[in-house]
Design a protein around this ligand. Structure first.
Ligand code: PEP
Ligand code: MG
Length: 537
């Protein structure tokens, strides 16, 4: 028996089952130099393989949009250019050229600071895997053919593997690679399959048929468990299921405080799919729609029309409230198609509202798209990183400019759309009273507020113990923001991680917070906590 402690939980839950080791294929290229008169042959080989992969993906795209993105990737001209140049200029054979070109593109994504973009490297590799299998004439294994209960063990699972998962048989997933924002994590969470990712060294420790117990809530894997341990985990599994059912039953209970105030429990989303997936938790709205993901996933600045389609869909899915944060780029978030000048202190540099106000045309395209989407739900505009009244006024003036244009063009939008701000800089805290007079709402961004107030980088592991939103300075700032907002009769929400932390719920309720916005997975727990504090359950 061996017990492994794991850091990254992708999807909570308990599983007890035998391992099904999911294929390690030999997709390494056979390398050789191609004589000049055979280069065309290699080029055609690549183009034929690409055509086959495109066809496969086209079929898959009909049932899952991940594959539409993969289709774009495989047909991307940068990939084609790179492979062509490797064959023509370096005399590489098709297999080698494809393998290198894919690794290079994946490395670009992998090097990005942003976790979400980093994980896109998996999509590129997935496409590469298909291309290599085609070139080598290898049939890819099919997770969908599993016909008995098992925990899948893989080096990494690609998006194309995870969509074939049948929950009747797949009871758990363990991977060596991957992060909590990877496709496997997102899909596993969606399907409710206990999943642990980034478990280094586990692949070679186990074989198909080996017994394993896993607790993906606590981050524990027991290899070759003794009978009493298996029984213990079976019991835990039952308890987890009961708990899940119990929490689900609370979803229809209104969350109202003893003095009759309705507390909004909302989700944070990066795209419309996040909202769609979250609908079963019955949230009161989307308190933070991180619009930058739309920019980061693209190959160009998304046009007004492209943005409008996304925001409209999100508004229709979540008509109660959709708070769209305008582009919050810079800091650790870069765009693959825009050159950010290197800065010594990117977190204190050209980011968020500063960029929007400097690049007015781009800002206007976004605001026009948001405004137009406001005809389809209760859409609100939120400005990130505000440090002064002037910035807020300037941003609101651009909104008015866009409204005038839309009026002239007879395009529909909500005239009374609310414009609020993220409270995430120390300056905004100190100016909270003045800002409240000119904002429709506040949303406290504790992720940045904590780092800026404490001068502690939110991503630096070395000083992670100093990064705490329970620090008295942060708590005092939060209290001050809420009081300042309430003095001007505006609602104050929170969309930083603290809002989803049940250890903070009671303090925040005491301070008078009106809205808690968090990742969808936390909603049930925070709702239960508030209902308990209010004596409703
Ligand atoms: C925050 O800073 O708390 C926040 C919600 O924004 P982000 O994490 O996207 O910076
Ligand atoms: Mg922030």
């Amino acid at each position: 028996m061996e017990k492994i402690k794991v850091e990254k939980t992708a999807s909570r839950g308990i599983a007890v089952a035998k391992i099904y080791k999911y294929g390690e294929l030999d997709l390494k290229p056979v390398q050789y130099k191609v004589p000049a008169d055979k280069k065309k042959e290699q080029l055609d080989k690549f183009l034929d393989a690409r055509e086959c992969v495109r066809g496969e993906l086209e079929e898959l795209a009909a049932s899952n949009e991940i594959f539409s993105a993969h289709m774009e990737m495989v047909m991307d001209f940068t990939l084609e250019d790179s492979v062509t140049s490797k064959i023509n200029n370096n005399s590489e054979n098709a297999e080698t050229a494809v393998s290198e070109a894919i690794s290079e593109v994946a490395a670009v994504f992998g090097m990005m600071d942003d976790e979400y973009m980093k994980e896109r490297a998996a999509d590129i590799q997935d496409v590469g895997k298909r291309l290599m299998a085609q070139l080598k004439g290898i049939k890819l294994p099919d997770i969908g053919s599993l016909d008995e209960e098992a925990i899948i063990l893989a080096k990494d699972l690609f998006p194309s593997d995870t969509v074939k998962i049948n929950t009747d048989y797949v009871k758990g997933i363990i991977t060596e690679e991957g992060g909590v924002t990877s496709h496997v994590s997102i899909i596993a969470k969606n399907l409710g399959i206990p999943t642990l990712v980034g478990v280094k060294g586990i692949f070679n420790k186990l074989n198909t048929g080996d017994m394993v117990c896993m607790d993906a809530s606590e981050g524990v894997i027991v290899l070759f468990p003794e009978d009493n341990i298996t029984r213990e985990y079976e019991k835990k599994k039952q308890e987890f299921q009961d708990e899940k059912l119990r929490l689900e039953k609370l979803r229809d209970i209104p969350v109202i405080t003893k003095d009759g105030k309705k507390i909004n429990i909302c989700i944070n989303a990066g795209n419309a799919d996040d909202i769609e997936r979250a609908l079963p938790v019955k949230m009161d709205g989307t308190g933070l729609f991180r619009s930058e993901l739309l920019y980061m996933e693209n190959t160009h600045f998304p046009t007004e029309e492209e943005q409008f389609e996304v925001y409209k869909r999100a508004a229709e899915l979540c008509p109660q409230e959709l708070t769209i944060r305008t582009l919050d780029i810079g800091g650790d978030k870069e765009l693959p198609y825009f050159d950010f000048e290197k800065e010594d202190n990117p977190f204190l540099g050209w980011r968020a509202i500063r960029i929007s106000l400097d690049m007015k045309d781009m800002f206007k395209e976004q605001l026009r798209a948001i405004l137009r989407s406001s005809a389809f739900g209760n859409v609100r505009i939120m400005f990130p990183m505000i440090i002064s009244l002037e910035e807020l006024r300037e941003a609101k003036a651009v909104v008015e400019e866009c409204k005038n244009e839309l009026r002239e063009e007879c395009k529909k939008f909500c005239e009374d759309i609310e414009t609020g701000i993220m409270m995430e800089t120390p300056a905004s805290v100190l100016l909270a009273e003045q800002l409240a007079k000119e904002s429709s709402f506040f949303s406290i961004g504790t992720n940045d507020l904590t780092q800026y107030l404490l001068a502690v980088d939110r991503g630096n592991k070395k000083i992670a113990d100093k990064y705490s939103y329970f620090h008295p300075a942060v708590l005092s700032a939060i209290k001050h923001i809420i009081n300042a907002g309430h003095k001007e009769n505006i609602k104050v929400g929170m969309c930083g991680e603290m809002a989803g932390d049940i250890k903070a719920t009671e303090i925040l309720l005491d301070y008078g917070l009106d809205e808690f916005s968090m990742s969808a997975g936390s909603v049930d727990y925070v709702r239960e906590k508030i209902l308990k504090i209010q004596g409703i359950i």
